[in-house]
Design a protein around this ligand. Sequence first.
Ligand code: AMP
Length: 375
Amino acid sequence: MAMAGEAHSRTVAPNGTIGILGGGQLGRMLSLAAARLGLKTHIFAPEERNPAYDVASSRTIAPYTDEKALKAFAEAVDVITYEFENVPVETVEILTGLGARVSPGARALAVAQDRIIEKSFARSIGARTAPYFAVDDLSSLEAGLKEIGRPAILKTRRLGYDGKGQTVISADARNLGLTWEEATRKAWEEIGARPAILEGFVEFECEISVIGARAADGAIELYDPPENRHRGGILRTSIVPADVEDETVDEARAITGKILSELDYVGVVGVEFFVLKDGSVMVNEFAPRVHNSGHWTIDACGVSQFEQHIRAIAGWPLGDPARHSDAVMENLIGDEADKWRDCARTRQLCVHLYGKREARAGRKMGHVTQLKRRS
Ligand code: AMP
């Protein structure tokens, strides 16, 4: 029976199609989750080959700015989302201009794509961040170092990921046999002499993240935060529950909820936090998409972050984010994925491989999640 009402008319029913911009492992896991709900996925990406095509119902291979291809894509799907935050905002604007529904919207994408706008947004909702300074050239970098002090981290304003486009400016250049001026110039060149943000180096106790979801009607669900350990700027391990105080969890969850509501967000977000000695948190950054530190939810929760995202954008009720198990998720990076057979042999280890053909250094090839049932 047809029902009146905006919320109902925006629902994508089983057999409907979710359009996904981007075809990496996140698109692959979104497609798998959608399939479980009886929904189809259509991937739009420029690559000839990628992990998501193998499991999606259809694909469009075209540049993100190909208006003709975007129009045909918009006509072929019921709702559109993206699986990486470097999709051009222009692409989302073209699609919405064509009358397509894109979730999360262009504003969330624009805020998350620019580290300076992201930090000032976080502060505008009352969250703390590392001290920061906008850097456009060598002289503003020098001014920033005077204000913020060393050590500091210089990061490109845009298009950074997995520790790429960032470098630490140490407190003692002499250890490297450089003058301060030389060390400053080296850092500027290392990030490609591009518009950047200089951040104070935060002496955190640990890093946690909150994976949160918001539905179109404003309902919010939040997963338990994992503790995340990085090496070389790349996430290696997420451990849930994180060994932090309840007050820390409450603060991180409250900030995540605020980010979701302030952006009128629909879908899943991943918010990364530094936990300080006193248990308070600072926002590091957020990703307007499903997040690597939420991969454990596939095996440790009834409804994973991927299913939750599909539910949110398809206008379904959000699922219960409760955890039935404790979990340790480890990324398989580069040739670590060669040990897939040993992983498959290990009881209680859930193995996820992304079907990438080439195991280049630093490339996320898969992940494993070790479960421990909660007593
Ligand atoms: P990002 O790409 O900003 O998430 O940075 C990657 C990793 O570098 C973070 O997860 C931290 O481990 C570290 N990092 C980034 N920014 C800072 C900072 N301001 N102070 C200390 N460590 C940082």
